[in-house]
Design a protein around this ligand. Structure first.
Ligand code: E4P
Length: 218
């Protein structure tokens, strides 16, 4: 499973990249706003200078023509830009047009299996089901991922599933167990994936035992 980082923060992207496990980046207007960024295009170019894998940048327009115009500008920023469009009727229309022109589209804000079916039919390269936001309203986010995997498998769609809105290491584990293509996760959760109390305890014991031997030898 590929791991993307879900952030517009350059330090987080550089740090995650240094761990050697980062395959791409996803951003959205809220993540840009969190960093106080008004010039999205500049930030996307900066991110593409750090990460060679796909970098998702989201449009603001809500009509198909506006989305197409904005998407073309974003796609021209770097060869690894994937353009995020919302799963709406204008979003589907824009996806078909842009996909036919070779632009990689990530259809976002996906909350149902039939929305994901439409994303694949429209030619999206990626689909982003938001598992955490479903869990937040008492629904089962990972069940949606399972349904999308089943549907795509039945018809051999090659749209890649990006498990998004990830809230915990358990979401990451379940995404991998289900066979999702990609999981996009906040920086904090990347660090949590490494943490295990037995790792810390074991390392402390190894170092302590080594110190004992060293003091006997000297
Ligand atoms: C993914 O592409 C989205 O940017 C993101 O995962 C949304 O996460 P949130 O529900 O925590 O805002």
């Amino acid at each position: 499973m590929q791991l993307f980082i879900d952030t517009a923060n350059l330090d987080e992207i550089r740090k995650a990249s240094s761990y050697g496990v980062l395959d791409g980046v996803t951003t959205n207007p809220s993540l840009m706003a969190k960093e106080g960024i008004s010039d999205q295009e500049k930030r996307i170019v900066e991110i593409c200078g750090i990460v060679a894998g796909p970098v998702s940048a989201e449009v603001i327009a809500t009509d198909a023509d506006g989305m197409i115009k904005e998407a073309k500008k974003l796609a021209a920023l770097a060869k690894n830009v994937a353009v995020k469009l919302p799963l709406t009727l204008p979003g589907l229309e824009a996806t078909r047009t842009l996909a036919d022109e070779g632009v990689d589209i990530n259809l976002t804000l996906v909350f149902s299996p039939v929305q994901a079916l439409l994303a694949a039919k429209a030619g999206a390269k990626y689909v982003s089901p938001f598992v955490g936001r479903l869990d937040d309203i008492g629904q089962d986010g990972m069940a949606l991922v399972e349904d999308i995997i089943d549907i795509y498998g039945q018809y051999s769609y090659d749209t890649e599933i990006i498990v998004a809105s990830v809230r915990s290491p358990l979401h990451v584990a379940n995404a991998a167990l289900l066979g999702a293509d990609i999981c996009t996760i906040p920086f904090k959760i990347i660090t949590q994936l490494v943490a295990h109390p037995l790792t810390d305890k074991g390392l402390a014991a190894f170092l302590e035992d080594y110190r004992k031997i060293k003091s006997v030898v000297h």
